[in-house]
Design a protein around this ligand. Structure first.
Ligand code: PGA
Length: 251
């Protein structure tokens, strides 16, 4: 059966010291609690190694927010998937809408990044989602299908190692959440598309997270939907106090 996952995306927030403090707060908040989902924090590159160290002995998995499309070498400023894996991190967010928007990331690049992540044993958390105009013009399903095409270049075995996050761009950091019905419609659409591309078993085993202004107050209703397997959380992941209620939404 597919995993339930609550993953934080810290984005470009937290200094090294703040990141270690946040990770320690979360570790303490989780200590001795029975939790019904996997918990992940994806941090700025600068913090990944220290956060991986700080959460040792806890259930928290650690990830980065991006990786290079290249293996190694003369790519100043880039961070490779093998470097991320060398810290003990197990996850990497790929194709976040902010990377697509501000760094022009497209399918050709994301296919390379997926291959790097998988070759280095990282679990990609691959983001898809439409912008406001695409929602309003009712073209969002074809947009999402177009983004999924990057994942569909993978073998069924490699696809099975990926987590998907549906993040409607109009809901990210805006306080506007997709209604649980809007989110479920897209999650079910993505799962049906995976079943068509691979098969029903692969589709049933794929974790599809929702992201976009998810918080403690709306997580229970979102997570109650049959095709929503957890959340990718931005703003509410920046404090243990606001992240914990989302984790605890999995009863
Ligand atoms: P948000 O961000 O929870 O702050 O809307 C989600 C994301 O971009 O991953």
């Amino acid at each position: 059966m597919r995993k339930k996952i609550v993953a934080g995306n810290w984005k470009m927030n937290t200094t090294l010291q703040e990141g270690i403090a946040l990770a320690s707060d979360l570790k303490n908040a989780l200590a001795g609690k029975k939790v019904n989902c996997d918990v992940v924090v994806c941090t700025p590159f600068i913090s990944v190694a220290a956060v991986a160290e700080a959460v040792k002995g806890s259930i928290i998995g650690v990830g980065a927010e991006d990786c290079s499309a290249q293996d190694k070498g003369a790519f100043t400023g880039e961070v490779s998937a093998s470097m991320i894996a060398s810290t003990g991190a197990k996850y990497v967010i790929l194709g976040h809408s902010e990377r697509r928007q501000y760094h022009g990331e497209n399918n050709a690049l994301l296919i390379q990044k997926l291959q790097q992540a998988l070759a280095n044993g990282l679990t990609p958390i691959f983001c898809v989602g439409e912008i406001k105009e695409e929602r309003e013009s009712n073209t969002f399903k074809s947009v999402i299908e177009g983004q999924m095409a990057a994942l569909y270049t993978l073998s069924a075995e490699n696809f099975g190692k990926c987590v998907i996050a549906y993040e409607p761009v109009w809901a990210i950091g805006t306080g506007l959440t997709a209604t649980s019905a809007q989110a479920e419609e897209v999650h079910a659409f993505i799962r049906a598309s995976i079943a068509e591309k691979y098969n029903k078993t692969v589709a049933d085993n794929t974790s599809i997270l929702y992201g976009g202004s998810c918080k403690g107050s709306n997580a229970p209703e979102l997570f109650a939907q049959p095709d929503i397997d957890g959340g990718l959380i931005g703003g509410a992941a920046l404090k243990a106090d606001t992240f914990m209620p989302i984790i605890e939404a999995w009863k």
